[in-house]
Design a protein around this ligand. Structure first.
Ligand SMILES: N[C@@H](CCC(=O)N[C@@H](CS)C(=O)NCC(=O)O)C(=O)O
Length: 225
């Protein structure tokens, strides 16, 4: 029996939902997953019924109501302490890069939105390489490279052998890079491949692939002229 509910947006498009869902799944919480399709006439009303912020993801678990992906991640880490790196300095660094992602990267997010169902044609995708998006991409690459050099100890993820909440916060960026194919250094592509190959990412992609065509709205499926 489920101990709660996790409300998420359309899996194909909802990057914040992916972060919250990864945290919940890494913590092993038994929750019912309810998808509220984004960009539909009833979307805002349906989210408002469950989430005080009017946004997903939102988690109800054993009497606690937690909205916002970062709050969900911290809640899950309290229930399952191994979700952040165990060493103090590594954990501080992991929290800092997750918070940086949560608070910023607007240039990347608005120009190269998450769409698991598209590989945008090179020319059209190129128009979205705005200076702001390119600056954000450079910062992401620096974060990945410096974090892994300091903490990964040869392991495949940001902090080594284990996929942590820091990887969860950057997982939607890995999907964006697969969709938009910006110029990246080989070590960045290697990390993208590693993240997308994680069993939870494979599960999320598989569930996204079975979403109804009516949820794939023009707002997310087409690049503005
Ligand atoms: N800061 C929030 C952002 C959540 C957010 O922007 N969610 C989007 C979906 S990805 C949403 O609920 N949008 C409402 C709508 O589309 O009506 C978080 O970290 O959870």
């Amino acid at each position: 029996m489920a101990d709660g509910t996790l409300w998420i947006g359309t899996r194909t498009f909802s990057s914040w939902s992916l972060r919250g869902w990864l945290a919940v799944r890494l913590a092993g919480l038994a929750v019912e997953e309810v998808v509220i399709p984004l960009d539909q006439p009833e979307t805002k009303a349906r989210i408002a019924e469950v989430s005080p912020s009017g946004m997903v993801p939102c988690l109800a678990y054993r009497g606690a109501l937690v909205w916002d992906s970062l709050a969900i991640a911290e809640f899950c880490a309290e229930l399952a302490p191994g979700l952040w790196p165990s060493e103090l300095r590594a954990r501080a660094h992991a929290r800092a890069i997750a918070a940086e992602m949560h608070a910023g990267f607007r240039g990347l997010r608005s120009a190269m939105w998450m769409n698991l169902d598209a590989r945008f044609a090179h020319q059209a995708a190129g128009r979205q390489r705005t200076p702001e998006a390119l600056a954000d991409i450079a910062r992401v690459e620096t974060i990945w490279r410096t974090t892994r050099a300091r903490f990964a100890d040869g392991g495949p993820y940001l902090f080594g052998e284990r996929f942590t909440l820091a990887d969860a916060f950057y997982a939607p960026v890995a999907t964006r890079f697969a969709t938009w194919r910006p110029e990246l250094a080989e070590d960045s592509w290697s990390y993208v491949r590693t993240v997308l190959d994680h069993p939870l990412l494979r599960d999320w992609y598989a569930a996204a692939a079975s979403e109804p065509p009516a949820w794939k709205t023009a707002k997310y499926m087409t690049i503005p002229k």
